[in-house]
Design a binder for this molecule. Structure first.
Ligand SMILES: [Mn+2]
Length: 483
């Protein structure tokens, strides 16, 4: 592509030269005067002439396919320059200003010159500049915790129970950031992986983690938590060294360093930024794990994703093994999961776009969130509320489409006083002792339990005057459950 730039200052000439060449062939038009005499035009073509005259552009070989960039200095002559460009046959015209006032003025010219696009330097550099500044803040933080961890003999990178892809990938990423290996930094949890697709991820990526006893945690010199906060382990960790998480920030614990970003779709997104900030090479295995984690925590950008997640995704994508991710995703459907999907369909109830089903006593907990995810895909379903009893514990998984009321509020509304309840806007979970559930809501069997659950959902959805103010304050105190 050929660009013809009408410039008045050397800064603009140098800037356009640096940005456009060698992608574009650059020619510069400068009016006669000091700049035209002094400029060193080794790298670009130079035409000296009056930009208000058509023949200046004809001589400079302007064609309809040439992009014309006009530096707007705020002079009134801009209109005449545009007329000259048009007269010479120019159609791809950009006016580049330095301030917002220039834009407003140039915008007013568009009535007469609709072919003109206006740009400001500020809007062109805005996003990269903000990203760069954010990255240096992150870099400082990462370098501080890297130094803090550097003299520890044994480091524990602790995840929540039954680690999911985000927890596992974050463990790997954190080990890279701390520049450690599996001997000097253990990725650990108190309960191992159980969901089939997560087991498949562990196997395919050859991930190593250790299942620890609570007392083992104290034997480490330093502890970093990823995808979880210390309150998740009541009484275990009064003091942590580092906490990286994307769940709502909780109080009631101390940590030396933390980076908690509840607007992010995954902890892997935060850690991609940490890795990039300190220029660490990301291996194919780590990139594959992190990419899979972002896809899985955001349901492939269908839930709780933002620009940072998309940025991390596009950064990791070329580094990852896409085929491997396809293989891991294929593990999602299993015969036993289908059994519970069918059971929910046969025994569940649908009312006011709410699908509600009680699964009885499934052999594993993960059937409950799986079925909840599954039924949110069904047409007309806006809320999916699936419950079941595992080891004398009543478990509820809630999913919704996000534009109605908050799923986290629903579980807190009914279950916070008798167990642990929490989650995001679109996904939430409650875990309560069965006995406590029965004491509060009555002792029921199968379909009656489901009927009671459906009533609770509808009652919640019908409550219009939610006490929003007190809720926000409460959210910080309450223990959070993992959906
Ligand atoms: Mn996560």
């Amino acid at each position: 592509m050929r660009c013809l730039a009408v410039c008045h200052t050397e800064l603009m000439v140098r800037l356009l030269d640096a940005v456009l060449t060698p992608t574009c062939e650059l020619d510069v038009v400068i009016e006669p005067g000091p700049l035209a005499r002094s400029i060193d035009a080794d790298d670009f073509g130079l035409s000296i002439g009056d930009p208000k005259r058509v023949d200046t552009f004809v001589k400079a070989d302007l064609t309809p396919a040439t992009a014309v960039i006009i530096e707007d200095t705020g002079r009134r002559s801009l209109r005449r320059v545009l007329e000259a460009v048009r007269g010479a046959g120019g159609t791809l015209v950009y006016v580049l200003g330095t301030s917002l006032r220039d834009v407003e003025r140039a915008e007013s010219l568009r009535v007469d010159f609709p072919e003109v696009t206006t740009l400001t330097l500020a809007e062109l550099i805005n996003a990269p500049m903000i990203t760069e500044l954010g990255r240096s803040v992150t870099r400082q933080k990462v370098q501080q915790y890297q130094r803090y961890f550097s003299d520890a003999d044994r480091v524990l990178i602790l995840t929540h129970n039954d680690p999911d892809p985000d927890a596992l990938a974050s463990g790997l990423a954190m080990r890279n950031i701390l520049r450690r290996n599996k001997q000097t930094a253990i990725i650990g949890c108190l309960q191992g992986v159980s969901r089939p697709e997560n087991l498949r991820m562990v196997k395919l990526l050859d991930l190593h983690y250790e299942v620890l006893l609570p007392q083992d945690v104290r034997s480490f010199d330093k502890v970093a938590l990823v995808d979880v906060q210390p309150h998740y382990f009541p009484g275990l960790l009064a003091q942590a060294d580092l906490v990286i998480d994307h769940h709502p920030e909780q109080s009631g614990y101390n940590t030396v360093f933390k980076d908690i970003r509840p607007t992010y779709g995954s902890t892997s997104t935060i850690l991609t930024e940490h890795l990039r900030a300190v220029d660490i090479d990301i291996s194919e295995r780590t990139a594959t794990a992190m990419l899979y984690a972002i896809k899985s925590d955001t349901l492939f950008f269908n839930r709780q994703a933002n620009r940072a997640d998309l940025d991390a995704f596009s950064y990791l994508y070329p580094l990852a093994d896409a085929m491997m991710i396809r293989k891991m995703e294929g593990a999602e459907i299993t015969g036993e999961r289908l059994d519970y999907v069918i059971k929910a369909w046969q025994q569940g109830r649908m009312m006011e776009h709410v699908f509600c089903a009680f699964l009885g006593e499934p052999s594993r907990e993960d059937f409950i969130p799986y079925v909840a995810d599954f039924y949110l895909q069904l047409e007309n379903v806006q809320w999916s509320v699936i419950s079941g009893v595992v080891n004398d514990t009543f478990i509820v998984s809630v999913r919704n489409l996000g534009y109605s009321r908050n799923a986290g509020d629903f579980v807190r509304r009914w279950f916070n006083d008798i167990g642990s309840a929490g989650g995001h806007r679109t996904m939430a979970k409650a875990v309560v002792p069965l006995e406590a559930f029965q004491q509060k809501f009555g002792t029921y069997e199968g379909s009656r339990i489901n009927q009671r659950m459906l009533e609770l959902v509808l009652e919640f959805l019908h409550e219009i005057n939610a006490t929003k103010g007190s809720r926000d304050a409460k959210e910080l105190r309450e223990p959070q459950a993992r959906a």
